[in-house]
Ligand binder design. Structure first.
Ligand code: MGD
Ligand code: MGD
Ligand code: SF4
Ligand code: MO
Length: 699
């Protein structure tokens, strides 16, 4: 690109918000980002961005940024030097380890940070502290996806690439809202639909993409398994099974055949509320298409049986042979910029890089050799187990790197109790958060605009991140901080740059064998990457990545969600996201996006609103079985079905997760964020009548 004299510099990097992984050109002047434009050759964004990637960068120089280490003094914090902060951490780690052993310490890695940061974080926990108590927020997000994909197909990553959407004849989107959560990919889906893609959406809310599709199904929250078994039934009944594929490439179809006898569409309709004819039509659209894709999100995973539902979804692809070739993506829209990567890097209690078990002797020994220390073989605790153990007094210290658990994890009161029970809490973040309130030491870190490294997108694409700005004040990059702390704790990290960390990852991880910064270049590489640098836009074209090479069917019956409406809590709250804000909102609430959306609201159907005497725009109080209660504005909309209400969790003023209980996925402990029985009541006077408010609000 020609030098543009309006800017001091232009740096190509990767967006730090969502898992689409848009490539951006960041333009700076006078030490600030003045504008961001899309990189024309970005493989997932093809010259586009959404309003977060393009405009939500002002947080980087916001006055609230942490610029100095802070140490607790009574109810407050005082600035401290890096030396003092690190010395304090070393003292407390040694004290707690000495008194209670290394497993009294637990850490969380940040899915907002780079692969290299997450790799260093798990190394620090394992090698410097000596525990496998390390997890990341994929636990509360797509751990059910990871579990299911590994069992059905072998790899913990999507099958296929974003570009499959342009090659597919049909697609089913279930429990994902891409135009808000993954907007640039959402736009690609819209364009594909306008060009003839037969799009089916399955969501209790009428999401925007439903307007572009040929069919929308609105199941009762938590009943995906029934819908999927119904689709399987019809595909089998109406002759859409690819018997050659099933015979040559898969195992376990017979059990599925037996199970689906109990799920004819009429029966399924009773369970999920979707008309039988719509189940049949959806199955035909998928079955008749030459190439068809399956795309899902948290509406599949954040449930009591989310992991089983994802396996039932994989069954559809296996029985019709629609996996392992272009046009047939089977992909979860992984959420954060690097939630795929934080798990790939082994920031998990039971695995090293690329999901290799901590008790796999040759693997464990390879890391021991490299890191020069002995490593634990017992599985560690997942994030929610860490909180239970903290309340029970078994975990005494946590090191929380870039996760705002007090805002985003379920059962907020329990999280607060856990954080308050700790003897020592370290937070490494870019802002004060709901979680840092409970910290003893806060380390000021750097956001994606201020560091080098790589992120891995939802299509397994590892892409370079380059520094655009310096960290503010005395803040340091996560790379520098983790290197410093680990070395102070006695496990010297010999890396002089993030690129050397990636060289080590490549040396120790077969799926990353050919990855180097040089090879990543402008377009990145999709893992697995062979030693010669060949990457994998399509996986499973010959065999599944399981020991016998065969894809595995799963025969799980439908089971009721963990929570249900009753007389006391008659509505089901579904939680999710809004386009303008991002998760805990620490960043987007410090940008102009706050002017677009300044507070949270509750979506409620006109029938429920009328029954409860709730008017559009009125404040309501929402209570659940946890004893939690929140207050927010109601908006009446027919995009949601009667009996359900919806809100997001981006604002600390509305602690949505006070309402969410401890129910979680049976295999992975992912919280059941999507089904919470609640009671909604109007508060105070309804707003004055205005004709505009009398219209149903748009979702
Ligand atoms: N703007 C924005 N983008 C984001 C984020 C953000 O906070 N803001 N967060 C990022 C992260 S971390 C993630 S994980 C992704 C998440 O992206 P998505 O998975 O798309 O996120 P959600 O909005 O939580 O949930 C998706 C949909 O599931 C539906 N749903 C709920 N229950 C059910 C059910 O039982 N069955 C079915 N079929 N559908 C159901 C909800 O109505 C909702 O529309 O987004 C990422 N991108
Ligand atoms: N009710 C409800 N709750 C949910 C969900 C839901 O659907 N409903 N979804 C869940 C899901 S899918 C997820 S992923 C979680 C997300 O929950 P979190 O991971 O807590 O949320 P984030 O806002 O993504 O960011 C975490 C923190 O990282 C910090 N940060 C950002 N970049 C960096 C960096 O480069 N370095 C450092 N050190 N810190 C950084 C931010 O300031 C923020 O405090 O929320 C979950 N909570
Ligand atoms: S779609 Fe996702 S990756 Fe792309 S600009 Fe928006 S937030 Fe960033
Ligand atoms: Mo997520």
């Amino acid at each position: 690109m020609d030098a543009d004299t309006r800017f001091d510099s232009t740096v190509t990097t990767t967006c730090g918000y969502c898992g689409v992984g848009c490539r951006l050109e960041a333009h700076t002047s006078g030490g600030r980002v003045v504008s961001i434009s899309p990189a024309a050759d970005g493989p997932s964004n093809l010259g586009h961005t959404c309003l977060k990637g393009r405009f939500a960068h002002a947080f980087s120089r916001h006055r609230d940024r942490l610029t100095r280490p802070l140490i607790r003094e009574g109810d407050d914090f005082r600035p401290a030097s890096w030396d003092e902060a690190i010395a304090r951490i070393v003292f407390e780690v040694n004290r707690i380890k000495g008194q209670h052993g290394p497993d009294a310490i637990a850490g969380l890695a940040s899915s907002r940070a780079t692969n290299e940061d997450c790799y260093m974080m798990q190394r620090m926990m394992r090698a410097a502290i000596g525990t496998n108590n390390i997890d990341n927020c994929s636990r509360v997000c797509h751990s059910p996806t990871s579990w299911a994909l590994r069992k059905s197909f072998g790899l913990s990553g999507g099958a296929g690439s974003f570009s499959d959407i342009e090659l597919a004849d049909a697609a089913i989107i279930i429990g994902a809202n891409p135009t808000e959560g993954h907007p640039v990919f959402g736009a690609r889906i819209k364009q594909a639909a306008l060009r003839g893609l037969q799009l089916v959406t399955i969501d209790p809310r009428r999401i925007e993409l439903a307007d572009y599709g040929v069919l929308h199904l609105s199941p009762r929250p938590g009943t995906n398994a029934a819908v999927l078994l119904g689709l399987t039934h019809v595909l089998a009944r109406d002759g859409f099974v690819d018997h050659d594929f099933v015979a040559a490439r898969t195992e376990g179809y017979e059990e599925v055949e037996e199970l689906i006898a109990d799920y004819p569409p009429e029966q399924v309709s009773e369970i999920c509320g979707v008309p039988a004819a719509d189940i049949e039509r959806a199955a035909h659209i998928y079955g008749e298409a030459g190439n068809a894709s399956l795309i899902w999100g948290l509406g599949m995973t954040e449930h009591r049986y989310g992991s089983e539902a994802v396996r039932l979804l994989c069954n559809l692809a296996l029985m019709t042979g629609k996996v392992g070739r272009s046009g047939c993506m089977v992909m979860a829209l992984r959420g954060q910029n690097n939630v795929q990567g934080s798990s790939d890097m082994g920031a998990l209690p039971d695995c090293y890089t690329a999901y290799r078990a901590v008790d796999d002797e040759p693997v464990a020994r390879s890391f021991e050799q490299r890191w020069g220390t002995s490593l634990p073989r017992d599985k560690g605790l997942g994030v929610l187990q860490m909180f239970d153990a903290a309340v029970a007094g078994r975990v005494k210290m946590m090191y929380i790197f870039g996760e705002d658990v007090a805002q985003s994890d379920p059962d907020t009161q329990h999280v607060i109790d856990a954080l308050s029970s700790l003897e020592f809490l370290v937070c490494q973040d870019i802002f004060q958060t709901e979680t840092t309130r409970y910290a003893d030491v806060i380390l000021p870190a750097s956001a994606f605009l201020e560091k080098q490294g790589t992120f891995t997108s939802a299509e397994r694409r590892i892409q370079l991140v380059e520094p655009v700005l310096d960290p503010p004040g005395e803040a340091r990059t996560d790379f520098e901080i983790l290197k410093l702390v680990s070395s102070a704790l006695g496990n010297e990290m010999p890396y002089s740059s993030p690129s050397e960390v990636m060289d080590e990852i490549a040396a120790l991880t077969p799926h990353f064998a050919g990855v180097s910064y040089e090879r990543l270049g402008r377009r990145g590489l999709q893992w697995p990457v062979a030693a010669d640098g060949t990457d994998s836009p399509v996986v499973y074209s010959e065999r599944f990545e399981l020991s016998d090479g065969l894809g595995k069917f799963a025969a799980f019956p439908y089971k009721e969600p963990g929570d249900a409406a009753d007389d006391e809590f008659p509505l089901v709250l579904v939680t999710g996201r809004r386009l303008q804000h991002y998760n805990a909102g620490t960043m987007t609430r410090r940008t102009g996006n706050l002017e677009l959306v300044a507070h949270e609201w509750l979506e409620i159907h006109p029938d429920d609103a009328a029954r409860l005497w709730v008017s559009d725009g009125q404040q309501v109080s929402v209570r659940s079985r946890t004893g939690g209660r929140i207050e927010l504005e109601a908006r009446v909309t027919d995009r949601i079905e009667p009996g359900h209400v919806f809100c997001a969790f981006h604002f600390p003023e509305v602690r949505t997760n006070m309402l969410v209980g401890s129910s979680a996925d049976v295999n992975t402990a992912c919280p059941e964020y999507k089904v919470v029985a609640v009671d909604v009541r109007p508060m105070g006077e309804p707003p004055a009548y205005t004709p505009a408010l009398a219209e149903p609000a748009l979702a």
